[in-house]
Design a protein around this ligand. Sequence first.
Ligand code: AQP
Length: 337
Amino acid sequence: MANDRPRVLSGIQPTSGSFHIGNYLGAVRQWVAMQETHDAFYMVVDLHALTLPQDPAQLRGNTRLAAAQLLATGLDPERCTLFVQSHVPEHTQLSWLMECLTGFGEASRMTQFKDKSSRQGADRTSVGLFTYPILQVADILLYQANRVPVGEDQRQHVELTRNLAERFNSRYGRTFTVPEPHILRETAKIFDLQDPAIKMSKSASSPKGIIDLLDDPKASAKKIKSAVTDTGTEIRFDPENKPGISNLLTIYGTLTDSAVADVEQKYEGKGYGALKTDLAEIVSEWAAPFRTRTQEYLDDPETLDSLLAKGAEKARAVAVETLAQAYDKVGLLPGKH
Ligand code: AQP
């Protein structure tokens, strides 16, 4: 029975058309695996997307596109609960309780906020960008999640979630499950192809630094072939001295389900060019059916919307209950229903 399983919760922003390979390898790939072993809740976090300016029509389109891509990677609505964050109003309601429990200094220490706000400039930074980690806390706690599969960049937010869950529980009595981050060491951080010192990122990477899964295969191949690598010739996994080639080895190994040591051995004595050419082929082969499936879901928006509506209904059943407990614990007077 699904309900006897540990709970898992994660989300992805509909902030750009295509997912990139960092989103997939760092997070979504784990989501697909965990739907088999966990009671899994996955969402498109459209409210989080609003922390940066969005064109309304594009946001709507990207939300459907994100859901279509999640289904195309292998999420199965029979095996997991897939929904859109804004369809479950309890997220923002619990977020308020969590904001009132968070210190201003504590929120100010979030590095994602510091990075994004410094890129935006103070005048264009919204209060929403400042408080979004706390909305994320509410996202996780609402479902009493045991595990949160994310990339390394989200570790601090899961840590904040743990702190706030413990604070709430000790102040008001046991209410929330304290979640663990689920971060796979190998793929925790996929790096920018042009600058292997920084993570591949929708907002910070240049177009040449990022492999978009919906890209034309020729474009992806070109990017992989021009990925920055060091001046040596040896194909060896050594993130410190060979960050570019190590990043390519990680992508190669994960997409082909092979150990990096085996990939190293396969390319012993061969140049970087051979590895890059083969990796371009592997990415293209992986992405072709993904693109077709994504398009099939997009071609039938009614089915997609009704699937998301069913997901929201399932998610709400859990969220309503948790919120009611939390409201009661803090002493809010029950309203008439
Ligand atoms: N480079 C990465 N390596 C590993 N995991 C990554 N993730 C993102 N980039 C990498 C993980 O993908 C999940 C969904 O990401 P998101 O788009 O909702 O959040 P994000 O962290 O904002 O993604 P980006 O591309 O880095 O966007 P910006 O530039 O807006 O910050 C998350 O679990 C994330 O860890």
